[in-house]
Structure formats: C-alpha cells, structure tokens
Design a protein around this ligand. Structure first.
Ligand code: MF3
Ligand code: CO
Length: 254
C-alpha cells in the first residue's frame, strides 16, 4: 500500500528532509583530500543529533546482514552505494564519493544523497556526474499527480542509456515516510505509463545509480560495487507529489 501523507505528516517529512539537505550541503566543506570516511561519518552524526534528529541508517537491518553500523553511507569510486565509513578509507585527489544521509525525526524519515568530487576530477567523471544529476532532474519533472511510477523509471533509464552509461542492477528508489523504505519501488529502468499511479501527498526517494562500464554489480556485505570496477555516481532526493512540479524535500546545493 502506498501511503498518502496528510498536511501534518507532510510538515514532519519536510523537517526530517530539511536536515538531510542541509547536511549534504555542509559536506561540501569537509570532502577534501586526506579526510577519512570515518571522520565524515562522525561529522554527519554530530550534525544530525544537533538538529534533534536520529541517524536513520544506524542499526538498520536488511535481510541476512548485520545492522548497518554507521550514520551515513560513504561510497568511493567504484562503490555504488552503502559504502561503510572506515578509518582506512582516506580520500585522495581525483576520487568521487557518494554520501547518503538518512534522518528520523518526529516519526518520519528523510533520505538523500549526493556525489562529491575530491579536488579536480577527470572529464569522464564530470560527464558521469552531470548525466546522473540530469537523470534525477528529469525524473523529478515527471513525478506529479496522475503520472505513473514507470514515467519516472523511464525518464532515468532511457536518458542514461542514451548517454552511453549504465543503470546499476537491483538498486532502486522507494516510497518513504514513517519507514525509510515503503511502497512503491521506484526502479531506475522501466516503461512509461506502467506501474502505480502517483497521487498528491505521496512521498518518494528517487535515486539514480549510474555506472560507467557495466550495469552489473558485486555485493560485499552491505557494500555494492560495479562489477568491472568502473566508477559510479548516485544522487537522491526525497520529493512530495503535488498537482504541479514535485516539491523537493531534501533539496541541497552541491
Ligand atoms: N539511502 C539508502 C536507500 O535509499 C539506505 C541506505 S541503507 C542503510 O536505500 F542501511 F544504510 F540504511
Ligand atoms: Co533511498
């Protein structure tokens, strides 16, 4: 079942997601050569707590895996998503890092992600980042009352493939609300005019995950990598369906 949020629930969704957006913006100042992903996690956790929220990912369980151990996901280079922060992972010039943030406040969840450059990156990487961002923008543009989930999926998948990149297998966006993951599944690949119909008051996390070399993934515990070790980018925003353009709840500048 896809929940429709009422006005007071929407206010809470706005607040949980405002914190996500603010933190993703703030991380720009910390993503620098020499910092460890462990330090980034600490900064993020302190910020989330300072806002009266909880890190929604910490302790999150998924079938067969130990509870997720950190407050954010830090996915470097060929790591697609769910990279676990570590003292051993030190950022260096030319890397990219996807940072995924989840919050929980007043019974509602926030979710969002951005991929950051560590110093100057190659032209190929610039292209990967701009295609992934554009895919997300196109998807958000499709997401409105009366459209179908497949319209979002098609907007992402068709554009990414046309640009010569690959959508990571298995990984999808999702409904979000009281739970981090609710119905519907929001695939990054799909057909126009298919899937559940979008209604005003639904909240979705849309999250294209785009690879340079192949759609195939390799799972190591929580972490997903591109099978051929090529690079991967991830941007995610939580949106509210309205009669017009969707309202972006976890908006950030990055
Ligand atoms: N933001 C991720 C998603 O959209 C959730 C990360 S999984 C967790 O699916 F374990 F870290 F919570
Ligand atoms: Co998500």
């Amino acid at each position: 079942m896809i929940y429709i949020k009422n006005e007071s629930e929407i206010v809470k969704m706005r607040e949980a997601n405002r914190i996500v957006g603010l933190l993703l913006h703030k991380m720009n100042d910390f993503v620098k050569p020499g910092i460890s992903t462990f330090e980034l996690d600490k900064i993020a956790e302190d910020f989330i707590l300072s806002q009266g929220a909880k890190p929604a990912f910490k302790g999150y369980s998924s079938s067969g895996l130990p509870p997720y151990p950190a407050s954010i996901c830090t996915s470097v280079n060929s790591c697609i998503v769910h990279g676990i922060p570590s003292k051993k992972v030190i950022l260096k010039k030319g890397d990219i890092i996807g940072i995924d943030v989840g919050t929980y406040k007043d019974g509602f969840c926030g979710d969002g992600a951005c991929t950051y450059r560590v110093g100057k990156v190659s032209r190929d990487i610039e292209c990967l980042l701009s295609v992934t961002r554009e895919a997300l923008d196109r998807a958000i543009h499709q997401a409105r009352n009366g459209a179908r989930v497949g319209d979002i999926s098609y907007a992402i998948g068709s554009y990414v493939k046309q640009q010569g990149f690959f959508i990571a297998d298995q990984l999808t966006g999702h409904g979000i609300g009281k739970q981090m993951h609710e119905e519907p599944i929001v695939s990054n690949n799909g057909m126009k005019k298919k899937g559940p119909r979008l209604r005003k008051g639904m909240t979705l996390a849309i999250e294209p995950m785009v690879n340079i070399g192949t759609n195939r993934v390799r799972e190591v515990g929580w972490e997903f990598f591109v099978k051929d070790n090529s690079l991967s980018a991830h941007y995610e925003k939580t949106i509210l369906i309205t009669d017009k353009e969707a309202e972006i709840l976890s908006e950030y500048e990055a």
